[in-house]
Design a protein around this ligand. Structure first.
Ligand code: BGC
Length: 860
C-alpha cells in the first residue's frame, strides 16, 4: 500500500470549496512524489447520510476531473476525498483528508435580498458621504446547525455581525462588468451569532460602482447612483429548517465615521464618531433612518472564480524622518500597493493627514505622477486613548508616506504599510548568482502583486488603474508562472467577452468606463485586442483547463474574424488607430505609439499570431474545420507579411529590433531568411551596446528571438546592461518594482516629465518569462504542464540558477551550477509528468517523476 495519501482535493481554481458557483465543481489533487505515477483513482463524496463512491477509475487524470456524482443543489454541502493507485503497488493509497465543498446560491430564485442603502436625499453630481446600514434580527428558538452570509453590494462593503467583522476581504465585491455580473461571496458566520438578539451591519463606499473613476478627473456613477448592500443571512437549524434574514425595507441607514472615501482620493475618517457597538443589538437608535430599497436582477449575481483581495503582508517603515515643519516622512523600502495602519494617541480632534507617493524629489513626496489621484487619508482622533486605524475602501501605490499632524514622537511600531492584492497562491520562484537580476525578478513579482487587484491593472497609483488588455496580454506568461492566477484571469476574460463590441472589437481596457477621446469610440488595436486569443491559450497551457479555453473561444474567434475583415483580401492590417510598439524608448514623449517600428507591421504580425493561436485552440477543442480555416488564414497572413515587410535578404522594412523580434518569435519567416533576420537583430541590439530599443510589443520577445537564432550571448548582454534604457537600469536607481517607462526616473534623478510616469507597471517585466524558461530552464511543453522541458541555457557570467514551479501535478524544479568540470544540475520532475532534460553539451534524455542529479563530469 502507498503510505502517503494524495493532497486534499481542490475545487475549480478556488482557494476553498465554500460557496462554489456550480453544482458540478471539477476536482484536482496531486499525488506524493514518492508514490509513482497514478494508475487509477477512487473519489468519495459524502453528502448528508449518502455516500457516493466512483469505484476504481483506471486513469492518470487528477486535474480538473469532472464532478462524478449528482450535481450539488444550492447550499448543499459535501465532503470529498480521493485515493489513488500507482504503478508501484496494487493497493490503494490512504484516503486524502476530506475537503469540504458547499454550493452557493445557484439559482436566481434563491435570493430574497434586495439592495438597501441610504434613504436620505443625495446629490448624484457631488461627493456623497458613505452610509452604513444595519438590520436587527433574532435567531429563533431552535438550535443552530450553521449559518451562512451571502453578500455583495452596489459599491464596496465590509460587514459586521454583533460587532465582529465578517471575513477579511478588501474592496469586496471586486470589479466586474456589474450590469452583467456582480460577485457575491459566501461566509461561514456560525460562530458570530448569539442566541436571541443579533445585529448585522455593513460599512459601504462608492468604489468602482458610483465613485469617481477614470482619467482626467474621472466619471461618477459609472454603474448607478445608489450605494447599497445586498445580503442574505441563512441560519440553518438542527432540524433542517432555515431562518432567512435578508436586506429589506426593515433595515436602517445612518452616516458613519467615514466622511469621504474614494479609490483614488483616499479616505477621511472622524474617529470621534466611531462607536464600535453600532452593529450590535444594544446600539443606540439615534440618527438611524429607514433604508431605501432598490432592485437587482438576481440572475446577475455570481460566485467568485478565484481568491479575493486581502492583506497579505505588513511592512514596517525602514526610516522615519522629521521635516523642519514637523511632518514625518516614512520610507518603507519597497514600492507597494496597500495602505497604512497606525496607532495614534492625542487630544480629540487632532487631525492626521497621510499622503503617499512612489518616489521622492528633493526630499519631498513626488505626487505629480499620481495625476488626479489624491491618495490622501485623513484621520481625526477621538481623544479616548490610543486609536488604531486603517482606511477601508481605498488603496494607494507607494513606497513613501508623509504624515502630518502626528501628536508627539512617531515610533516605527506605530505605523505599518499593509500590502493588499488578490491573494493568489504563489507558484513560481527564480534566483540566480547575479544579485541585480534577482532584484529585477523581485521587482517583477512586486509589480504583479501591486497590479493583480481583482482585475489585472496597468498601474496602481494614478487616476487610471484599469484592466488594460495589452499589458496583461504580454505579461500573462510571466504571471501564470509566478502565481495561480487562473481563477482571477478566467473571471476577467469573461468580462472581456462581455465588453467585446458586436463587431468583435476588443476594448483597450476591461471593464470599459468612459475614457479620453483617444479611447472613444473604441477601436480595434493590435497587441491589446489579441488578449482575446493569446491569454486563454497561455492559461490553458499552464493550468490545463480546456473548459476555460472553450469559454473564451468565441471571443477570440470574433476578434480574429474582425481583423480578417479589416485587413481585407490582401491579409495586411494596415489601417486605423494602433499603439504600435508602445513606449519604444525612441518614441517622442508626445506620441508613445510612434516608435521605430511600423505600427501596421506590428498589427499584421499580431494578426498572424492570433489566427495561428485560434487554430491551436480550435484543434484542442475539437473544432477541426475551424482549425483548418484559421491555420490557412495564418499561412496567408504570414505570406502577406513576408512580401510586404521582409526583403529577400531577411532585412525588414522597419529595421528595428521589435520588427525582427516579432517576425522571429511569431515564426513569420521562412527558414532561408530566419538566420539573416536573427543576425540582423543581434547587430541592431549591439549597435547601441545592448541598450534596450523596444517597447511593450518587442520587449517580451527580443530575448527569445535572439536565443532561438544562436545569439544567446547578445540576449544576456541585453539582460545585463545597466545603462538607460535597460532592465537593470531601474535596479541601479534603487527601483523595487518595474517601471512603466524605461526612464520613469531619469539618470539625473529627475522624474520623467511624461503624463504617464508610473513606477509600478508590469508590462516591461515580461522578460521574467525568459528568465524562467531560458536562464532557469523550466519550460512547459504540453497543456497543463503534463510535459516539461528542462533546458537551461547558461550565459552572461551567471554561475548558477535555481528555479521552481508548482505545476498542476506538483513541484518542478531545476538547479544548475557551472563548475570547473562542467555544468552540474539537479532536476525534479513532478509525479504524473514526463520530461526531457536538454542540458548544454549533453544529449537530450527523457526523465520520469522524481529527482535526478546530473554531476558535472557526466558526459563532459
Ligand atoms: C496605460 C498602459 C496602457 C496604455 C495604452 C496607459 O495609460 O498605463 O499601460 O496599455 O495606456 O495606451
Amino acid at each position: 500500500m502507498q503510505s502517503l495519501p494524495p493532497s486534499p482535493v481542490r475545487f475549480e481554481h478556488l482557494p476553498d470549496g465554500l460557496g462554489v458557483g456550480t453544482g458540478t465543481p471539477r476536482l484536482s489533487w496531486t499525488t506524493p512524489p514518492e508514490a509513482g505515477d497514478q494508475q487509477a483513482y477512487e473519489i468519495e463524496i459524502r453528502r448528508g447520510d449518502r455516500t457516493h463512491r466512483t469505484g476504481r477509475v483506471a486513469t492518470a487524470d487528477h486535474h480538473l476531473v469532472p464532478w462524478p456524482a449528482e450535481p450539488l443543489v444550492s447550499r448543499e454541502r459535501a465532503a470529498v476525498r480521493v485515493r489513488t493507485w500507482s504503478a508501484t503497488g496494487t493497493e490503494a493509497s490512504p484516503w486524502s483528508a476530506p475537503s469540504p465543498v458547499e454550493a452557493g446560491l445557484l439559482t436566481p430564485d434563491d435570493w430574497t435580498a434586495v439592495p438597501v442603502g441610504a434613504g436620505w436625499a443625495e446629490d448624484p453630481t457631488a461627493e456623497r458621504r458613505p452610509a452604513r446600514v444595519r438590520g436587527h434580527f433574532r435567531t429563533g428558538d431552535k438550535p443552530i446547525a450553521h449559518a451562512r452570509l451571502y453578500i455583495t453590494a452596489h459599491g464596496l462593503y465590509e460587514a459586521e455581525i454583533n460587532g465582529t467583522r465578517v471575513g477579511d476581504e478588501t474592496l469586496a465585491p471586486g470589479w466586474t462588468v456589474y450590469p452583467h455580473r456582480l460577485r457575491y461571496r459566501t461566509h461561514d458566520v456560525t460562530p458570530l451569532l448569539d442566541p436571541g438578539a443579533n445585529t448585522i451591519g455593513a460599512w459601504l463606499a462608492d468604489g468602482w460602482y458610483r465613485g469617481k473613476y477614470g482619467f482626467d478627473g474621472g466619471t461618477r456613477n459609472i454603474y448607478g447612483t445608489d450605494q447599497s448592500l445586498i445580503a442574505q443571512l441563512e441560519i440553518t437549524h438542527t432540524d433542517g429548517t432555515i431562518t432567512v434574514v435578508a436586506t429589506d425595507h426593515t433595515w436602517q441607514a445612518a452616516f458613519g465615521p467615514i466622511l469621504t472615501s474614494g479609490l483614488y482620493e483616499g479616505e477621511t475618517f472622524d474617529a470621534r464618531l466611531d462607536d464600535p457597538h453600532w452593529a450590535t443589538p444594544s446600539a443606540p437608535q439615534d440618527g438611524w433612518t429607514p433604508v431605501r430599497t432598490g432592485k437587482r436582477d438576481t440572475r446577475t449575481l455570481v460566485a467568485p472564480e478565484g481568491p479575493p483581495v486581502r492583506c497579505t503582508q505588513d511592512i514596517p517603515p525602514v526610516t522615519i524622518t522629521r521635516t523642519a515643519d514637523g511632518r514625518h516622512l516614512l520610507d518603507f523600502g519597497q514600492n507597494l500597493v496597500g495602505r497604512l495602519r497606525l496607532t495614534a494617541d492625542g487630544p480629540a480632534g487632532t487631525t492626521l493627514t497621510l499622503r503617499h507617493a512612489e518616489v521622492l524629489q528633493d526630499g519631498e513626496l513626488a505626487t505629480r505622477p499620481l495625476r488626479e489621484a489624491h491618495s490622501t487619508d485623513t484621520l481625526v482622533l477621538p481623544g479616548t486613548g490610543p486609536y488604531t486605524w486603517e482606511p477601508r475602501f481605498t488603496l494607494h501605490g507607494f513606497r513613501y508616506a508623509e504624515i502630518s499632524g502626528w501628536p508627539g514622537e512617531l515610533t516605527p511600531e506605530a505605523v505599518t504599510a499593509r500590502v493588499h492584492h488578490t491573494d493568489m497562491r504563489r507558484t513560481g520562484w527564480f534566483e540566480c548568482s547575479d544579485p541585480m537580476v534577482n532584484r529585477l525578478h523581485e521587482n517583477v513579482l512586486w509589480s504583479m502583486r501591486g497590479n493583480f487587484v481583482d482585475i489585472p491593472t496597468d498601474c496602481p497609483q494614478r487616476d487610471e488603474r484599469l484592466g488594460w488588455t495589452g499589458d496583461i496580454q504580454v505579461f500573462a506568461p510571466t504571471a501564470s508562472f509566478l502565481y495561480d492566477c487562473a481563477g482571477m484571469l478566467d473571471s476577467w476574460l469573461t468580462d472581456v467577452g462581455l465588453e467585446q463590441l458586436p463587431d468583435g472589437t476588443v476594448p483597450w481596457y476591461v471593464p470599459v468606463i468612459p475614457g479620453e477621446p483617444m479611447w472613444t469610440p473604441i477601436q480595434p488595436g493590435a497587441a491589446w485586442g489579441d488578449v482575446a486569443t493569446l491569454t486563454p491559450w497561455v492559461l490553458y497551457r499552464r493550468f490545463g483547463d480546456l473548459e476555460l479555453l472553450r469559454r473564451h473561444y468565441r471571443t477570440g474567434r470574433a476578434w480574429v474574424d474582425l481583423v480578417e475583415r479589416l485587413a481585407g483580401p490582401d491579409r495586411l492590417w494596415d489601417t486605423g488607430f494602433q499603439l504600435g510598439d508602445w513606449l519604444d524608448p525612441a518614441a517622442p514623449p508626445e506620441d508613445p505609439a510612434a516608435g521605430r517600428t511600423d505600427r501596421y507591421l506590428v498589427a499584421t504580425a499580431y494578426f498572424a499570431h492570433s489566427a495561428r493561436h485560434l487554430a491551436h485552440a480550435a484543434r484542442a477543442l475539437g473544432h477541426t474545420a475551424d482549425a483548418v480555416r484559421y491555420d490557412t488564414l495564418a499561412d496567408e497572413i504570414t505570406a502577406a507579411f513576408q512580401s510586404r515587410y521582409v526583403h529577400a535578404d531577411g532585412r525588414m522594412s522597419s529595421d528595428s529590433p521589435t520588427a525582427y523580434a516579432l517576425a522571429l518569435a511569431f515564426d513569420l519567416l521562412d527558414a532561408s531568411r530566419r538566420q539573416a533576420a536573427g543576425d540582423r537583430l543581434a547587430e541592431l541590439v549591439l549597435l547601441d551596446d545592448a541598450r534596450v530599443a523596444t517597447g511593450f510589443v518587442g520587449t517580451p520577445l527580443v530575448c527569445d528571438a535572439l536565443t532561438d537564432t544562436g545569439h544567446l550571448d547578445t540576449a544576456y548582454r541585453l539582460l545585463l546592461q545597466t545603462d538607460c534604457p535597460s532592465w537593470l537600469y531601474p535596479v541601479t536607481m534603487g527601483a523595487t518594482t518595474v517601471w512603466e517607462r524605461w526612464d520613469s526616473l531619469r539618470p539625473d534623478g529627475t522624474l520623467n516629465p511624461g503624463g504617464m510616469t508610473s513606477f509600478n507597471h508590469y508590462a516591461l517585466g515580461a522578460v521574467a518569462d525568459w528568465l524562467h524558461r531560458v536562464v532557469g530552464g523550466i519550460e512547459v511543453t504540453a497543456p497543463g504542464a503534463a510535459v516539461l522541458t528542462f533546458r537551461p541555457r547558461p550565459g552572461g557570467g551567471i554561475t548558477w540558477a535555481r528555479t521552481r514551479h508548482e505545476t498542476p501535478h506538483g513541484t518542478a524544479s531545476l538547479f544548475w551550477e557551472t563548475t570547473p568540470s562542467g555544468l552540474k544540475a539537479r532536476i525534479t520532475v513532478p509525479p504524473n509528468c514526463t520530461a526531457v532534460a536538454e542540458l548544454p553539451g549533453r544529449a537530450p534524455v527523457g526523465l520520469g517523476p522524481g529527482t535526478h542529479a546530473f554531476p558535472a563530469t557526466e558526459g563532459d
